[in-house]
Design a protein around this ligand. Structure first.
Ligand SMILES: Cc1ncc(COP(=O)(O)O)c(C=O)c1O
Length: 385
């Protein structure tokens, strides 16, 4: 059976052809015999459309390239958003950065005064509240419901000091992709209370069913108050290359804020720009194949866990390559991910990384070879529970 059962022609997502431990943090840090499913990295070779373009770019001089707003890089992003999301952007609304996390820190620094509140949705990637707090702001976590959906109490958390929402859509760690209705509700609240929206959409091209809606595409008002952070690193397995972007409104205080950040965005240069352009030219056969393979991985894992480990509650995510395991029924006193690794060698990311009460939860990355994943899930089912 080939790994891409239902996909268009695409290369097999075998683990790195040579020794994976040499190149990968998660493999390097995992003890022999262990299975690392903790970090947000794929075990697949990168999209050949990207690697071929990078190889071609390396044949040319590596001095400063022309600015990305004039050399076609930003235009490729604009074309992508126009074609896929009906969002009209100009190259001057695209700002390259080497890291979404770094950009979030810089943005909050510009946007917040001490004591300003920013609502974010928990469980959350820990850099989000950290970035808000580092800017002197007050991160206010709004718990998502256990199924990942928006809690209706969002409006009740707004105060006179609330300045912004931070949205992670699709959401890390739950893999939940917010519905248009939920996004409209947030955009409405932002309009009524004059809030900015920072929307991290880094996993938006890993939607496994349906479509992604950028909140900025909901209308003129949403566009005018949103900065979108995204890039190819998750969808195309390029985390080690360091290339991402921010999309801003055409004018206004958010654009002024990003102008002030200026060179601190550490702009990715020629090689990264080549990779970005290749990744956003189209949804390549590799990307479509990878999504199909991830869907298969997700369904396989959920089936095995439901059959063999019914105490573990799981919801099949609509996006990302994360499965958010609810381990509360195990009633453990210790951290569940720690115990699972000790007993089975399977490395998950502890839910504590996503909130202080997360020890009964764990995130599992399923962007790996299906056989390896099946072994991991069988080990968890038989060894830990
Ligand atoms: C939601 C989210 N944002 C940001 C990052 C990291 O992005 P970067 O490497 O561009 O800082 C990750 C990595 O997993 C992520 O999941």
């Amino acid at each position: 059976m080939t790994p891409f059962e239902t996909a268009p022609p695409a290369p097999a997502p075998a683990q790195y052809a040579d020794n994976p431990r040499r190149h990968s943090k998660k493999w390097q840090e995992c003890p022999p015999g262990g299975i690392p499913l903790d970090l947000a990295d794929m075990d697949f070779p990168t999209d050949p459309a990207v690697t071929d373009t990078v190889r071609r770019r390396l044949r040319h001089p590596l001095g400063y390239p022309p600015h990305y707003t004039t050399n076609g890089t930003a235009q490729t992003i604009c074309d992508y958003y126009a074609a896929h999301h009906g969002l009209t952007l100009a190259p001057a609304d695209v700002w390259l950065t080497s890291s979404c996390v770094a950009a979030a820190y810089l943005l909050f620094d510009q946007l917040l005064c001490p004591g300003d509140e920013v609502l974010y949705f928990s469980p959350s990637y820990h850099f989000i509240p950290d970035a808000i707090a580092a800017a002197g702001g007050r991160p206010v976590g709004v718990p998502l419901r256990p199924d990942g959906t928006l809690d209706q109490s969002v409006a009740a958390r707004l105060t006179k000091r609330t300045r912004a929402f931070h949205l992670c859509n699709p959401h890390n760690p739950t893999g939940y992709a917010f519905t248009c209705e939920e996004l409209r509700q947030l955009a409405r609240l932002a309009r009524e209370h004059d809030l900015s929206i920072i929307s991290n959409e880094l996993h938006s091209r890993l939607i496994l069913e349906g479509d992604h809606t950028p909140i900025a595409a909901l209308g003129e008002d949403a566009r005018a108050r949103t900065i979108t952070l995204s890039g190819p690193t998750k969808s195309h397995n390029l985390s080690g290359l360091g290339v991402a972007f921010a999309l801003t409104p055409a004018e206004g205080p958010l654009k002024d804020a990003i102008r002030r950040i200026g060179p601190r965005m550490t702009v990715p240069k020629g090689v990264q720009q080549a990779a970005l352009t290749a990744a956003y030219a189209e949804d390549s056969p590799w990307l479509r194949g990878t999504r199909a393979y991830l869907r298969g991985n997700r369904d396989t894992m959920v089936r095995i866990l439901r059959d063999l480990a019914p105490t573990v509650r799981v919801r099949p995510p609509r996006a990302t390559y994360f499965l958010w395991l609810d381990l509360r029924r195990l009633r453990l006193r210790e951290d569940a991910a720690g115990l699972i690794e000790r007993r089975t060698g399977v490395r998950l990311l502890s839910g504590r990384e996503f909130g202080s009460d997360g020890r009964h939860w764990a995130r599992m990355t399923f962007a790996t070879d299906r056989g390896l994943l099946e072994e991991a899930v069988h080990r968890i089912a038989s060894g830990a529970l």
